[in-house]
Ligand binder design. Structure first.
Ligand code: FMN
Ligand code: SF4
Length: 405
């Protein structure tokens, strides 16, 4: 194995957290928390990934409050789930894997029918795209006291998540969710100190980072996922991402994950490969939602052919701009790609789809210099998010592993 791959498969530190290699499971909302409750399947899913040799797994989309859930089948961080959450994390630790929790908030994008507030809250009043089929047509603008409360909510969640055993927190700053809505000139039309210039739009995300840091202490790893581009006219773009990364670094973040796209406006930039419109139409049970998909789908789900390391060139610009840990995500599915990423100075690599198709990827890639994942980027797994069994690869079974030698 060459020097770069040796680096990839050797242990590394993330703000004092010892990771056995540089591969991290990307947050992929598992759809295994019916009515917000942790199912045994969620634990089994992550145990299977842990058995494959990943250094750290990420529990996808841990909403920081009830109203931060995109739907009522997501869990949110509260005492009611302490016991099963702690047991799951303990079990993953016993398999030698660290555990990160992705702190999420949907902002003004939600179809959660159990909201405590009248409407979902975002930076500005507008259409709640996700809620339309549930009759939840609009989202409201957050007041200053809502903003203060949200910072406290993130802090409360961070304290809970640290106490329950998470080794790392990943704040979601991307993909069009709550904090991204504040960062984006497309969705933030505020006239106060939280809107306007990029510095103003970054005010709340940075206050949240500061609050979370204060809550967990200097020596606890905090990483953040950003969108390099939102992929829509008038939205955040590649040049903004450089400034955003610099601000997050100045704000004390330990690592930045360079993703892209928005679930709300242009999701295919995030994935590349097979268009998810047809699989989603097939999976959708609501006739109204199917109609919406037929009408809005072609504009929302644009074609972006898959290419290996599709964010590399733009992520390299972030590498040049900041010194903090940089965590690459997006189409890293072979040892050749891991080698390239190590060569370009990335510190860690997050893997999404390849671990759904090949949970044993880390172990297998260590054994086989020419390793390439069998994932073909058809993206059918994306349409399984609301499947009763939760997300899964539709092509390959994790029970039929690729490790043969
Ligand atoms: C089924 C599925 C669910 C996902 N859910 C999330 C999520 O909850 N949060 C998130 O930040 N990204 C989510 N993603 C995006 C991945 O984290 C990752 O950014 C994307 O799949 C590209 O990486 P890959 O090429 O290694 O798959 C999801 C991806 C898939 C396939
Ligand atoms: S369904 Fe399987 S093969 Fe297709 S993109 Fe998802 S993980 Fe890869």
């Amino acid at each position: 194995m060459n020097e770069q791959l040796q680096r990839c498969f050797s242990s590394a530190q993330l703000n004092g957290l010892q990771l056995k290699n540089r591969l991290i499971k990307a947050g992929t909302f598992e759809g295994m928390t019916p009515e917000g409750k942790i199912s045994p399947r969620l634990q089994q899913f992550h145990e299977r990934i842990a058995q494959g040799g990943i250094a750290m797994t990420t529990i996808g989309y841990c909403a920081v409050e009830n109203d931060g859930r995109l739907n009522e089948n997501m869990m949110y961080m509260h005492e009611g789930i302490r016991r099963p959450l702690a047991a799951m994390i303990e079990s993953l630790h016993s398999l030698g894997t660290k555990v990160s929790g992705q702190m999420g908030h949907g902002g003004g994008f939600s179809k959660n029918r159990h909201l405590e507030r009248k409407r979902p809250l975002g930076p500005s009043f507008g259409i709640n795209m996700l809620g339309v089929t549930q009759g939840m047509l609009f989202c409201d603008a957050m007041s200053h006291s809502d903003i203060k409360a949200l910072i406290k909510t993130y802090q409360r969640s961070a304290v809970f998540m640290k106490s329950v055993g998470f080794d790392c927190l990943e704040i979601h700053f991307g993909h069009g969710y709550g904090l991204c809505q504040f960062m984006s000139p497309k969705t933030n039309r505020r006239k106060d100190e939280y809107g306007g210039s990029l510095n103003n739009r970054m005010r709340l995300p940075l206050q949240i980072l500061e609050g979370v840091r204060h809550s967990v202490g200097e020596h606890f790893p905090i990483i953040g996922k950003i969108s390099l581009t939102e992929g829509v006219k008038g939205g955040l773009d590649y040049d903004d991402a450089i400034e955003i990364a610099k601000l997050l670094e100045k704000g004390g973040i330990d690592g930045i994950i360079t993703s892209g796209g928005t679930s709300t406006m242009n999701p295919m930039i995030m994935f590349r490969g097979g268009n998810i419109l047809q699989p989603m139409l097939k999976a959708e049970k609501s006739a109204l939602m199917r109609l919406m998909l037929h009408l809005a789908g072609p504009k929302l789900f644009k074609d972006y052919p898959y290419e290996e390391l599709y964010f590399l060139e733009q992520a390299k610009r972030i590498r040049d701009a900041v010194d903090c840990n940089l965590i690459y995500v997006g189409g890293a599915s072979s040892n050749a790609s891991f080698e390239t990423l190590m060569q370009h100075g990335f510190d860690f690599i997050q893997l999404g789809r390849t671990l759904l198709s090949d949970p044993d990827l880390p172990l297998q890639a260590q054994r086989q210099q020419t390793y390439t994942s069998r994932c073909n980027h058809c993206n059918e797994c994306v349409a399984t998010i609301e499947h009763p069994a939760g997300i899964h690869c539709t092509r390959f079974s994790p029970e039929a592993p690729t490790i043969l030698q």
